[in-house]
Design a protein around this ligand. Sequence first.
Ligand SMILES: [Zn+2]
Length: 237
Amino acid sequence: MDDLQTVIRNLAAGNRILANEGIVDAMGHISARHPHNPRRYLLSWARSPGLVEPEDIMEFELDGTPVKDDGRPIYIERPIHGSIYEARPEVMSVVHNHCHDVLPFAITRTPMRPAVHNARRIGDEVPVWEIRDKFGDTDMLVTTMEQGRDLVSVLKDNKATLMRGHGCAVTGTTISDAVQTSISLKVNACAILAAMTLGEICYLTPGEIRAKQAGAASLKGFDRAWEYLCRRAGMTP
Ligand SMILES: [Zn+2]
């Protein structure tokens, strides 16, 4: 199997995993940068992620134009993906979701900061993009590259950004990375929301967020979480 077929297969699996883990529902999407052409990305046609098969994956230019328009409907919020790939050459996968557990942090001033160890990967803090600042009253969707680039101006070099009143955009250096960071955002959100009923929250320190992971070398490139998540979603890794 060549690189492209492997990426397409993993992208279909990523769709299924995000649905299985409650990160996406009927809406939301995950893309991957094209392994042979950094000016293109791969994304399903406008299907719900839990139903996506490798045959559903299409190829897009960074501006969101389908390379081969075969008449299938396409996601309207493609600019989230294209604008991030345009600005962040190291990003190889992007997730956009409206995860219900993350939404409270996108509609209040309570910051999303890592409080549990496996949320170190989300970074110091997840900024909040306010669409109204530049575009006034909208339907809240990111439908133009101008809006996507404005989102990227807030995302900066962070792993993710919340989108006020809407959801979030998550980046990854691999499909697995973007999927796992999306899951970590949910786990962290759930832990903070539950903890709020008990008292003051003790967040991770900047040093804890950056500390080298013990035993990372012993993993020998094996992605234990990816294997687990694939199997849980009924997929073969
Ligand atoms: Zn959306």
